[in-house]
Design a protein around this ligand. Structure first.
Ligand code: PEP
Ligand code: MG
Length: 887
């Protein structure tokens, strides 16, 4: 039988799968000799069993008994014992941190008798009754599903009766009164008495924590953060220490470095005479951690010592939750801290400079997703004509502009209509998650950098300004006021700067990030911008380590040039149909409507010089690097007017209809397909419309010859799309080879060109061995390959039913975003293996959207592709991930 319970002395930081992040790190700290209140962890495996079967696993109760007995032995008191009770906290703790998403119950073990024991031991009646009412409140809400507002309302009632609006003015008798009121609320709402048996409290709280894994907000958070749905949470049972035992007690959160900038120093918040949840919930305003030096120097010094120990042990920035009980410091949690993208790069390089980690590890410590965040625009540094209305804390960087909304519901509603919104709240709580997801940014008037809003926004990479205390937020009225008589109502546009904390009324223009300017070559690593220097160092190392090259999907010289500046080593996909849009649509129309060979040839002749010019520009921008040009792919009707509009026009005109319109309508009707994505496109077009592919190949060959004659080094690769059978490819390849030879002869310039194919149909993947006989390279078109493997229309499904599929956990992320390794990936593997077997050394790449997705880039590395190709702006992300994949 598996072991379901681990004492803190038994675990370690590497057991996160089993003990969750919190449990594993509590164990690690315990073993480091740090002051952790004794306790034990019930494993995530027990949770998984509970969620699957609805019952606790066999043997768990006995194990808990044994560990509780040991804990009682160590503490010298028994759980809930009337004279001197042991009290415990029951906390969730999954493998991946999900701040505030799951449940916690504190002060378990208190009842009508033990509250007296606690009062006597602490010498403080008020504290004991306050603790007891907190237990009933948390237990009622969490375990018995009682609406939390009812408890809050009761507290407000009592405060009103006492003529105060501060909890601190409440007396022991007030809390006694609240205990009675809370019990009545439980009785009425839950239809049962608040359980007074300490062990029953502990067991019910444990089950409630297990169940909170499937709370709506936890499900939503996991989807956002791509955390697997089936991990479950561990439960930590920890002996209570109290931060609410008077002014020599308190609770706080600390970071070993600034989670926003990465700089070393003392960062965190402290709240005197409070229990842990008060800080994270942002309910009362905290003081900066540096104040603790004045309040309790001994604890402060000890905390700094511990912070150093933790950094040196974890070799990374850590965040910490701690409590001081009557001058004694206790560690309640640590973990490798969440940080902003900028801090991640800075910290990685700082640790590298300190010799704590090597360059490989530095690259491991950052992600492509973080780099992408750093490439977001920022506000222009000079802001004219827009009023700055206040400044809050710079909780999560970025620049966000949108209409102010005051509830999560409105945020979701407006965002669904395509509007940009900023969610404005006094403070957020876990129920605001959907609004935070929908909003461009989050602004709160209360709470520090460790408040819920700040922690969650940073995790999501969402711009957040918190603790803007000058704002008076009135959620009911749907407005806030700022100094100087400014009132902002729902729908007014505001701009928030998550890097400076500034809040503006109106729309502030945004400008490129310094990281983009660095990639553009406008800023250099030597210019002294610490972030740019860090990014440069990591990128250089990633490039040196990468086994795959990164190319770009680009269809014009300008994009190609930008991609090259961003580090692309060629073009992996030039979609030539994009060159037929705009003014040239007319010419394509002529081609489609052509009656007879002469008319068709005339249309092709008109297109050819334009195509040649395009290719010359691209070859020049990518001189010396491979350029894969794909022959025209999409269905022809895309170049013709909309069938409904045209039909109406012709019908309305009746006998007077333009003859050209009539011909057009005829053509549109003839070409109309029910399933155009599965219809006449790609290689099929080339085989059906004589001369079309030939024109394109000639334009490529002549452009290459012209570039070479001008001293350039063009490297064309001609790619045939949507091939399903080698025979299709052979026919087009033979024609293409003939044209290449003819152009070589006519120009006297020899430019070697590869001819290859896309693998974007399951049949192509499954017959890749045959296809490789005729193809000099493969490029995996995973957009179509995903569409055809799953039978999902790439243009429709995301709107139609993906959200339901995500909810059901059929997949954790859209397969159009991250490559489906098991299905589509299997086809890629088969094709790569069979292609290599048939043609050793065949060049393999990917040009579907997945080429810029971090997880998919790692997959491509595993399969041994030669390159990934993605949109120019994603090139740095793909470079970084290609390097990280090789480490
Ligand atoms: C693909 O199908 O993956 C691809 C790159 O081609 P397109 O997106 O143009 O169909
Ligand atoms: Mg395709």
């Amino acid at each position: 039988m598996p072991k379901f319970v681990y004492d803190f002395t038994e675990g370690n930081k590497d057991l996160k799968d089993l003990l969750g992040g919190k449990g594993a790190n509590l164990a690690e700290m315990t073993n480091l000799g740090l002051p952790v209140p004794p306790g034990f962890t019930i494993t995530a495996e027990a949770c998984r069993h509970y969620l699957e079967h609805g019952t606790l696993p066999e043997g768990l109760a006995e194990e808990v008994n044994a560990h509780l007995a040991a804990l009682e032995g160590a503490m010298g008191k028994k759980l809930g014992e009337p004279g001197d009770p042991l009290l415990v906290s029951v906390r969730s703790g999954a493998k991946f941190s999900m701040p505030g998403m799951m449940e916690t119950v504190l002060n378990v073990g208190l009842n009508d008798e033990s509250v007296h024991g606690l009062a006597a031991q602490a010498g403080d009646e008020r504290f004991a009754w306050d603790s007891y009412r907190r237990l009933i409140q948390m237990f009622g809400k969490t375990v018995l599903d009682v609406d939390g507002d009812l408890f809050e309302d009761a507290v407000e009632d009592v405060k009103r009766a006492r003529g105060t609006d501060d909890d601190a003015d409440l007396t022991a008798d007030d809390f006694k009164d609240l205990v009675d009121r809370f019990k009545a609320i439980v009785r009425e709402q839950a239809g049962r008495e608040f359980p007074t048996d300490p062990r029953e409290q502990m067991d019910l709280a444990t089950e409630a924590v297990f169940e909170s894994w499937n709370a709506d907000r936890a499900i939503l958070y996991r989807r956002q953060e791509r955390i697997p749905v089936d991990l479950g949470t561990a439960v930590n049972i920890c002996s209570m220490v109290f931060g609410n035992m008077g002014m020599d007690s308190g609770t706080g959160v600390a970071f070993t470095r600034d989670p926003a900038s990465g700089h070393q120093g003392i960062y965190g918040d402290y709240l005197q005479n409070a229990q842990g949840e008060d800080v994270v919930a942002g309910i009362r305003n905290t003081v900066p951690l540096t104040e603790l030096e004045r309040i309790d120097k001994a604890s402060y010094d000890r905390l700094l010592e511990i912070m150093e120990t933790l950094e040196n042990h974890y070799l990374d920035m850590c965040d910490i939750e701690f409590t001081i009980e009557r001058g004694k410091l206790w560690m309640l949690q640590t973990r490798v801290g969440k940080r902003t993208a900028a801090a991640a790069f800075r910290i990685a390089c700082q640790l590298l400079d300190q010799g704590l980690i090597d360059a490989d590890e530095a690259a491991r410590r950052v992600t492509g997703g973080q780099l992408a965040q750093l490439m977001f625009p920022r506000f222009a540094s000079r802001v004219d004509g827009v009023k700055k209305i206040t400044k809050g804390m710079n909780a999560s960087p970025g620049a966000a502009v949108g209409k102010a909304v005051f509830t999560s519901e409105r945020a979701v509603e407006l965002a669904e209509r395509g509007e940009d919104v900023i969610l404005v709240r006094r403070e957020t709580n876990p129920d605001d998650l959907s609004g935070m997801v929908a909003a461009k940014g989050v602004l709160t008037s209360r709470g520090g950098k460790t408040s819920h809003a700040a922690v969650v926004a940073r995790g999501m990479g969402k711009t957040c300004v918190c603790g803007a205390e000058e704002l008076d937020v009135d959620v009911k009225a749907g407005s806030f006021t700022a100094p100087g008589g400014v009132t902002v109502s729902e729908g007014d546009v505001i701009s928030i700067d998550g890097s400076s904390g500034d809040v503006y009324l109106g729309e502030v223009p945004v400008e490129d990030s310094p990281v983009v300017r660095y990639f553009e070559g406008e800023l250099s690593a030597a210019d002294g911008d610490e972030l740019v220097t860090a990014v440069n160092r990591v990128m250089e190392h990633a490039d040196a380590r990468a086994a795959m090259a990164v190319r770009a999907n680009a269809d014009n010289a300008e994009d190609a040039a930008r991609a090259r500046r961003f580090g692309a080593r060629g073009i992996g996909l030039c979609r030539t149909e994009h060159m037929f849009l705009g003014d040239r649509r007319q010419l394509v129309e002529q081609l489609i409507l052509a009656e007879g060979d002469d008319e068709r040839q005339a249309a092709l002749d008109a297109l050819e010089p334009l195509q040649k010019q395009d290719f010359e520009g691209i070859f020049e921008a990518m001189d010396g690097l491979p350029v894969t040009i794909r022959l025209i792919d999409p269905p022809l009707h895309e170049f013709l007017p909309d069938i409904t509009e045209l039909s109406v026009r012709v019908a309305l005109a009746g006998d007077g209809a333009d003859p050209k319109d009539r011909r057009l309508l005829e053509a549109v009707t003839r070409l109309h397909e029910q399933n155009p994505m599965l219809g006449l496109r790609g290689v099929r077009l080339g085989l059906v419309i004589p001369g079309l592919f030939a024109m394109q190949v000639r334009a490529i060959a002549e452009a290459a010859a012209a570039r070479k004659a001008a001293g350039g080094d063009p490297r064309p690769e001609i790619m045939i799309p949507l091939v399903g059978a080698v025979q299709e490819l052979e026919a087009v390849r033979d024609e293409a080879r003939g044209i290449l030879d003819a152009v070589r002869e006519s120009t006297g310039v020899d430019v070697p060109a590869l001819v290859g194919t896309m693998i974007e149909l399951p049949r192509a993947a499954l017959t890749a061995g045959q296809i490789a006989e005729a193809a000099e390279f493969f490029s995996f078109g995973t957009n179509d390959l995903t569409q055809t493997t799953w039978g999902f229309s790439r243009d429709d499904v995301e709107a139609a039913f993906f959200s339901r599929y995500l909810e059901l956990g059929i997949f954790g992320v859209s397969p159009f975003e991250t490559l489906d390794r098991e299905g589509v990936g299997r086809l890629v593997r088969i094709a790569a293996e069979e292609g290599r077997r048939a043609r050793p050394g065949i060049k393999l790449g990917i040009c579907g959207e997945h080429g810029g997705d971090p997880d998919s880039v790692h997959f491509c590395h595993e399969v041994g592709l030669d390159y990934v190709s993605c949109s120019p702006f994603r090139v740095p992300v793909a470079r970084l991930e290609a390097g990280r994949a090789a480490i």
